[in-house]
Design a protein around this ligand. Structure first.
Ligand code: HSE
Length: 406
């Protein structure tokens, strides 16, 4: 059986490498039907690469070749990935992708197109890189009513925060190190502003709650404003700052989603997830909390998930029984209504400042470190309520950090 790979960057070349590295075991797992790479679509050439003779630049060759049964899309971005994937599905080819932007924006349409053409659209690698999370949710946890899914879904920001927490490095220096190590792009905004994590939580939430959830409906705040003082006060509170992507089902059936820096209590698995690693917590009403941990990015870990999907397509043809419905109006809780407790840090540590904040928080939650600030913990409050607090308090609020209740 033949496959094609569209996009021969880090992940695409990893897919070819994993297939070659594990050829014998993959052949066995595919009952002798090894998925042979017939074409690699890329506008660049790769002299000296073991697959250089497979490289083509015309997508129509893949779309028009009936021998190619599975197409791997590792190009990234929405266009032309969407048009190419859609054309492949319509041509009766299953598609496996690692492209989170594509799944977050076009997942419902592409799942429908796959169904109409009796093929599969699979995307295990789109969230958490090599960590198995999509398939465990739709297979192993299918008996549960999922109540919450939360995670550290972006390795670059987790690397930056880990450097700030463990090595007292400021945000700028940690970002430069992430860029030097090849984690963050030259323009790091998709990572540090939370968009990448937002796309991933949309995919998880769509899968867990059954309705397509689009990134523009999710309250998203990145880590650009996090300072070493925030890290220090979070430490004094007993936790660490992490970029947490969260989707929680409310009693009325709506889903509250957010991506924001938040304090996770020391000792929790998510607090212990450092460096570029990712972790995903899923809370089911039967199973309780389950945490998945591992390499959320990188050539071979991400390729591991892509190749697993390819093998799944070889082993069982036709449409896989998973997906979600089209976006349901009103399913997403509006940003201002999302509630949480917060660690609020204000300017000043005088008795007057403490008297002012005593009206909104109990004194046993006050944290002072002798550096001219006072921090306190709010009750469960909405984002609108937090906004109103900053207008009514007669002290200057420096920062607010969400506190996770797990
Ligand atoms: N930029 C992403 C990250 C890559 O840092 O996690 C994997 O999706």
């Amino acid at each position: 059986m033949y496959i094609a790979i569209m996009g021969y960057g880090v992940v695409g070349s990893g897919v070819a490498a994993v297939l070659a590295m594990n050829k014998d075991s993959v052949t066995g797992k595919c009952r002798g039907d090894y998925p042979q790479v017939k074409y690699i679509l890329d506008l660049r050439s790769f002299p000296g690469d073991p697959f250089e003779d497979k490289v083509i630049s015309d997508f129509n060759i893949i779309a028009g070749d009936a021998d190619v049964e599975i197409v791997v899309e590792t190009m990234g971005g929405l266009h032309p990935a969407y048009e190419f994937v859609s054309a492949c599905l319509k041509a009766g080819k299953s598609v496996v992708t690692s492209n989170k932007e594509l799944v977050a924006m076009k997942g419902f349409e592409l799942l429908e197109t796959a169904k109409e053409n009796n093929v599969s659209f699979m995307f295990e690698a789109s969230v958490g890189g090599g960590i198995p999370v999509i398939r465990p949710i739709y297979q192993c946890l299918v008996a549960n009513d999922i109540q919450l899914v939360a995670g550290i879904l972006n390795g670059t920001t987790n690397f930056i925060l880990s450097k700030m927490i463990n090595e007292n490095m400021d945000f700028g220096a940690a970002l430069r190190l992430a860029q030097d190590n090849g984690y963050a792009e030259k323009d790091p905004s998709a990572d540090v502003d939370g968009l990448d994590a937002c796309r991933k939580i949309c995919i998880l939430a769509s899968l867990c709650f059954g309705s397509h959830i689009y990134p523009d409906s999710v309250y998203t705040k990145g880590i650009r404003d996090i300072t070493l003082k925030d890290v220090e006060y979070a430490g004094a509170f007993g936790g660490v700052v992490k970029l947490i992507a969260l989707a929680e089902k409310k009693e009325d059936g709506r889903v509250a989603l957010s991506v924001s820096p938040a304090i996770v209590r020391n000792g929790h698995q998510l607090a212990c997830t450092g460096d570029v690693f990712n972790a995903v917590l899923v809370r089911g009403n039967a199973v309780g909390d389950v945490v998945f941990y591992g390499a959320g990015a990188g050539k071979l870990p991400t390729a591991s998930a892509v190749v697993a999907d390819v093998i799944d397509c070889v082993r069982s043809k036709g449409t896989k029984p998973f997906g979600w419905e089209k976006a349901k109006a009103g399913i997403v809780v509006s940003a201002g209504e999302i509630t949480s407790r917060y660690l609020v840090r204000v300017e000043g540590d005088s008795d007057e400042v403490k008297k002012e904040i005593a009206g909104v928080a109990t004194a046993d939650s006050f944290i002072t470190l002798g550096d001219g600030y006072t921090a306190f913990v709010t009750e469960e409050i909405s984002l609108d309520g937090l906004e109103a607090l900053s207008e009514t308090l007669k002290v200057n609020i420096i920062s607010t950090l969400k506190i996770m209740d797990f």
